[in-house]
Design a protein around this ligand. Structure first.
Ligand code: CP
Ligand code: NVA
Length: 307
C-alpha cells in the first residue's frame, strides 16, 4: 500500500509547529483512550516494520505495543539476522520493505543511511534514532513538558552533556517551538555548527551556569551508542558535568528534570535528581508510546478533521 503524499519524520525540522500541535493534541486523546481501556483500531491490517541497527528497550517496545494498540501489526528486524547485516544496500532494503508494509521505523548510525533508505521507500519512514538525531524522543519530551507545565514557547531549557543526537533534535525543536537552549558541553564534545540552523541557544563553559533560570534541565548518557571505544576518555572529559541537586538549585524552583534513558546514576545524573520530585523521566518514557501512536496515525491517515 502507498499512502500519498508520503511524508517522512527523519528529523525534528521535518514537521511544522502546526503539525506538532496537531500530533500533540492527538497524543493527548490517544493517551486518554488508552487509560480508559477504550478500543481504538484505526490501523487494522496495517503493518509497521522496525529496523534496528542499534540496541533499544523503549523505542522497540513503544512502537511495537503502539502499533498493536492501533489495531495493526509490527515486525522487528535487526542487523544480525536480516540481510542488512550481510551488506544488502539500504536502497534495496527501502524498496523491498516498503512494498510489503505501510510504514517503517529505522534506528541506525549515520543520518545519511536513513535518508538513503527513505529516498527509496514508497511509505513513510520514521527516525527511531541516528547518530545525529532522535526526533521521536524530543517529541515525547515536549509532550511531557506540555502535560506538566503547558506550552514550551518562551521557556529556557538547559542541556548538560555532549553535542549528541538528543541535543541536535532539541536545537531543531527550539527553532520550531520558539524556546531557548542553554548548552554546556565538555571541551572537545561541542556542537558541530554545520548541524545547527538556529540561533536560539547560548553556550556556557560552566554547566552550572547553563542551569541558571532554566525551566527544564536535560542530560543524557555520556557515551552514546556507537561511541563505546571513547568511554574511558569521555569519563575524564565529562568530570563536573553531573546534574546534581546543586545544579538543579540554580534552575527555576519548579524546573523539571528530563533524561531520555537509559541513565547512569553517579555519572551524568545524581540519584537524588533522577529519583527526586522534579524528575519526569518515567512520563517521558511512557509518552513515547502515546506520541508515536499519534505520529503513525498522522503519517498514515493525515489530519482526521480533514476527512
Ligand atoms: N530513549 C530511548 O530511545 O531508549 P531506547 O534506546 O531504549 O530505545
Ligand atoms: N544519545 C543516546 C540516546 C539513547 C536513547 C544514544 O545515542 O545512545
Amino acid at each position: 500500500p502507498v499512502s500519498q503524499p508520503i511524508k517522512h519524520f527523519l528529523q525534528f525540522s521535518d514537521f511544522t509547529r502546526d503539525e506538532f500541535e496537531y500530533v500533540i493534541q492527538r497524543a493527548t486523546d490517544i493517551k486518554r483512550k488508552f487509560k480508559a481501556y477504550e478500543v481504538y483500531h484505526p490501523l487494522v491490517d496495517r503493518t509497521l516494520v522496525m529496523v534496528f541497527e542499534k540496541s533499544s528497550t523503549r523505542t522497540r517496545l513503544s512502537f511495537e505495543a503502539g502499533m498493536h494498540q492501533l489495531g495493526g501489526a509490527a515486525i522487528y528486524l535487526n542487523t544480525r539476522d536480516s540481510q542488512l547485516g550481510r551488506g544488502e544496500p539500504v536502497e534495496d532494503a527501502g524498496q523491498v520493505m516498503s512494498r510489503m508494509c505501510d510504514i517503517i521505523m529505522v534506528r541506525t548510525f549515520g543520518q545519511e543511511i536513513i535518508e538513503r533508505f527513505a529516498a527509496h521507500s514508497r511509505v513513510p519512514v520514521i527516525n527511531g534514532l541516528t547518530n545525529e538525531h532522535h526526533p521521536c524522543q524530543v517529541l515525547a519530551d515536549i509532550f511531557t513538558f506540555y502535560e506538566h507545565r503547558g506550552p514550551i514557547a518562551g521557556k529556557t531549557v538547559a542541556w548538560i552533556g555532549d553535542a549528541n543526537n538528543m541535543l541536535y533534535s532539541w536545537l531543531q525543536a527550539a527553532e520550531v517551538f520558539g524556546f531557548h537552549l542553554n548548552v554546556s558541553t565538555p571541551k572537545g564534545y561541542d556542537l558541530d555548527p554545520s548541524l545547527v540552523s538556529t540561533d536560539r541557544y547560548t553556550l556556557f563553559d560552566n554547566p552550572s551556569d547553563a542551569c541558571a533560570g532554566a525551566h527544564l534541565v536535560n542530560t543524557d548518557v555520556w557515551t552514546s551508542m556507537g561511541y563505546e571505544k571513547e568511554n574511558a576518555e569521555r569519563l575524564k572529559a565529562f568530570d563536573g558535568f553531573i546534574v546534581d541537586s546543586a545544579k538543579m538549585a540554580r534552575a527555576t524552583p519548579d524546573a523539571l528534570f528530563m533524561h531520555c534513558l537509559p541513565a547512569h546514576r553517579g555519572e551524568e545524573v545524581a540519584a537524588e535528581v533522577i529519583d527526586g520530585p522534579q524528575s519526569v523521566v518515567w512520563d517521558e518514557a511512557e509518552n513515547r508510546l502515546h506520541v508515536q501512536k499519534a505520529l503513525i496515525e498522522y503519517l498514515l491517515l493525515g489530519r482526521l478533521e480533514d476527512k
